[in-house]
Design a protein around this ligand. Sequence first.
Ligand SMILES: [Zn+2]
Ligand SMILES: [Zn+2]
Length: 229
Amino acid sequence: MQIQIKDNHEPLVDIKKYCPGVVVRIGKKRMKIEKTAYLRKTVAEMLRSAQKNLPKGWNFIINDAWRPQYIQAEIYFNFIERFQKMHPKWTQEMIIKEVEEYVADWKGVASSGHMSGGAVDIRLVDKYKHKIPMKKRGLTYQQNALSDQKLLPAYIQKNREIMFSALRKAGFSNYPKEYWHWSYGDYQWAKRNGKKIALYGTISDVRGLYSKKMCPCGQNKKFVECHGE
Ligand SMILES: [Zn+2]
Ligand SMILES: [Zn+2]
């Protein structure tokens, strides 16, 4: 089924302003440049309503939300390296196929939901801002990532269920291969939920924060003149 993107031009808003007490942790390097994390207005409002479904004192920690194109490309190339180390015997083709299960493209209609401001990577913290356990040591990256993972101890499955139901009640939809990735309105959301129309297209690096960066592919060219657009 062909999915059309009809961007409704909702603005990106500062998640911290919309969701009281939410913890934003998108990495020191990015925080220096981007200052905070952003989502489309409706998505930020949905997150605020999901906060109300959490146990007292608990809150969400945001590990990623809207992503500039440069960051999406950087994550992609980092994952190629990381998966090459994890699977030294795999061919380049196998590596790319596996990486693309976890990191979407930074160009085209099916590019990452993060670039649209409709997707958020999310976990839970308690009242001391300590992370609530969501994964198990000894499982692989891919095993831990799987939302419905029966190999996890019951208490961890319970923690996940608390987060999942809070987000679902607020209208979010989960990417089943990543328990932390939730979205609304983006292309993948439309695809997962059998919708013909996606509400949010890509918002590129409007403020030009990364316009002078070198390309993360390592070819020693500026991003805009290499893998960027
Ligand atoms: Zn994500
Ligand atoms: Zn490049």
